[in-house]
Ligand binder design. Structure first.
Ligand code: FAD
Length: 387
């Protein structure tokens, strides 16, 4: 068992931390409140190779794995910049295309993921399906060599910033008549694709959208993997990277909140000469949150290590557990930090309450805590499926 990062991973962590701190949470919040995007940070991270750490070197990437990408997600979040687009574009979309795209698709898309010039978001959730992906109603029909996509998607992050959206649809298997999942790379400006922005109670420069697909015409090569048999494995390929990187973002956010709070409580004095952090009523909840964050961090390390070793099934269990633990730990850490700061905790200036919405959403998306508990009950504890 090895808890140490390699010297290269350590260097990456230090470098991303330094980049994140140059921008910081006030940059993130200013962008969110002005309706802007974190374009400067994204582009700089791309130029420095941090967004493409997991893209194979032959396509211009860093040739690393999910461990490296999780480091990038955690450190930017620990600097107060939790970027959801890291989860959807380099973690989900780049992995799906790398693992299950055709060689032509790899050559076309991976260099853009490698330098961050390409953003591809991910659309699976639908209003009438929610957590039950068997009910997906977005359908892809053949029209000559082309595909026609119709359906609706909801809560899709970052569509306004992306060139493409990876859409999960269903197709009819000509031999069995059964509906099978298939993934399509859809240009965000494709005729027939429209969107409307959702009003969310989350302080973030990244927005969520409703998407409407009305006979969106796509060429044959928009189908990931070029074959209907590629759909299910391609869909599953995105799950582990999604869970592990979103967990890393949660842990980074938890670290950020605890650091803000402990800086404050170590110096704030309202009872004579001792800091409020000297009171166990203040310090213990922060210490408890720090324990939960560190436990989640260990589980992310395990999940990413298993994934990078090609042990997908075990990584699935560890990744789900990591996502659950990190979601809970991040919500606890931010809430505890707000409390420890008192009134200052609710100000924009101290930059902690600004994360309340994001960490709350982290217990719902991209997979809810209940669906993870269902997974663990069924696949780890051997219980009968309840739904
Ligand atoms: C900020 C944010 C960003 C998002 N970004 C994206 C994105 O980029 N792309 C995308 O495709 N989706 C995205 N989503 C959607 C997200 O993945 C879904 O919200 C999530 O999967 C839950 O689905 P739902 O909202 O339909 O909840 P529902 O499925 O309606 O569930 C509602 C509640 O019931 C619980 N529940 C449902 N079924 C069960 C069951 N069988 N057992 C126990 N409890 C159950 C759930 O856990 C949840 O608490 C985003 C959501 C948010 C909030």
């Amino acid at each position: 068992m090895n808890f140490d990062l390699t010297p290269e991973q350590d260097q990456l962590r230090d470098a991303v931390r330094a980049l994140g701190r140059r921008y910081g949470h006030s940059y993130f919040v200013e962008k969110a409140k002005s309706g802007g995007h974190t374009t400067e940070l994204w582009e700089e991270a791309g130029r420095l190779g941090y967004l493409g750490v997991n893209v194979p070197a032959e396509y211009g990437g860093g040739g690393g794995g999910l461990t490296e990408l999780a480091i990038v997600c955690e450190e930017l979040a620990a600097a107060g910049c939790p970027l959801l687009l890291l989860v959807v574009s380099p973690a989900i979309a780049a992995t799906v295309i790398n693992r299950h795209g055709t060689e032509e698709q790899r050559k076309r898309f991976l260099p853009g993921f490698a330098d961050g010039s390409l953003k591809v978001v991910f659309a699976i959730t639908e209003p009438d399906a929610g957590s039950n992906f068997h009910r997906l109603g977005t359908v892809a029909r053949r029209d000559g060599d082309d595909w026609l996509l119709s359906g609706r998607k909801c809560y899709i992050s970052g569509v306004d910033e992306a060139q493409y959206v990876l859409v999960v649809a269903r197709t009819e298997d000509a031999t069995t008549g059964k509906l099978k999942p298939a993934l399509f790379v859809v240009p965000t400006d494709a005729p027939g694709l429209t969107r409307s922005k959702l009003d969310m109670e989350i302080v973030s420069p990244e927005n969520q959208f409703l998407l409407y697909l009305d006979d969106v015409r796509l060429p044959a090569d928009a189908l990931v993997g070029g074959s209907l048999d590629a759909g299910l494995p391609a869909l599953f390929a995105g799950l582990n990277p999604e869970r592990i990187t979103v967990a890393a973002m949660g842990v980074g956010t938890g670290r950020y909140a605890i650091e803000r709070a402990t800086d404050y409580t170590a110096t704030r004095k309202v009872w004579g000469g001792r800091s409020i952090g000297a009171h166990q009523g203040v310090a213990h909840p922060l210490a408890h949150a720090a324990v939960q964050v560190e436990l989640a961090r260990l589980m992310i390390h395990k999940a990413a290590t298993l994934y990078d070793a090609g042990r997908d099934l075990e990584a699935g269990v560890a990744g789900n557990m990591a996502k659950y633990a990190a979601g809970e730990a991040a919500a606890l850490a931010v809430d505890t930090a707000v409390q420890a700061l008192g009134g200052a905790g609710m100000t924009t200036e101290y930059g902690v309450a600004t994360l309340l919405g994001a960490v709350r959403a982290g217990r719902i998306a991209p997979v809810s805590r209940e669906m993870i508990l269902n997974f663990v009950a069924q696949h780890v504890l051997g219980q009968e499926k309840s739904y």
